[in-house]
Design a protein around this ligand. Structure first.
Ligand SMILES: O=c1ccn([C@H]2C[C@H](O)[C@@H](CO)O2)c(=O)[nH]1
Length: 134
């Protein structure tokens, strides 16, 4: 799938955001290895802390649908804002991108497409290797 189409899917998912507190609607679109596109949007909560970012909603829905391998994720926020996944989302995405090769599609503040590999957004990450103590 083209990067432009994946970003368009993320932009479309923004419309479903539940963001009454921040009013900062975010959409994500996760491209699965089989070509399926799983959308996600942020789902805020009155407790604030229980808020889910669009990226984690997309990932959780994809895993619940039986997907395990992912090629790319696009993230779309409000126009004029440079957006990239927060630290928690980077860590959660890393769980399903052990080599850090997941392509993250973003937009700069002026709308210019920007992309990075997950490993470059989350270097020296904590993963299952650290849990092997024996
Ligand atoms: O990459 C990001 C950054 C922020 N948010 C959400 C969380 C919260 O609902 C709102 C403001 O932080 O934006 C996302 O969904 N994805």
């Amino acid at each position: 799938m083209q990067h432009v189409a994946l970003m368009a899917a993320a932009e479309a998912a923004r419309a479903h955001a539940h963001a009454p507190y921040s009013r900062f609607a975010v959409g994500a679109a996760l491209l699965c290895a089989d070509g399926t596109v799983q959308p996600g949007c942020n789902v805020e909560n009155a407790s604030y802390g229980a808020t889910l970012c669009a990226e984690r909603v997309a990932l959780g829905a994809a895993v619940a649908a039986g997907q395990r391998r992912f090629t790319a994720i696009a993230v779309a926020g409000p126009a004029g804002v440079a957006l990239s996944p927060c630290g928690i989302c980077r860590q959660v995405l890393a769980e399903f991108s052990p080599d850090g090769g997941l392509l993250v599609l973003m937009r700069a503040a002026d709308g210019t497409p920007r992309q990075a590999r997950l490993a470059d957004l989350l270097p020296d990450s904590f993963g299952p290797d650290q849990l092997r103590t024996d």
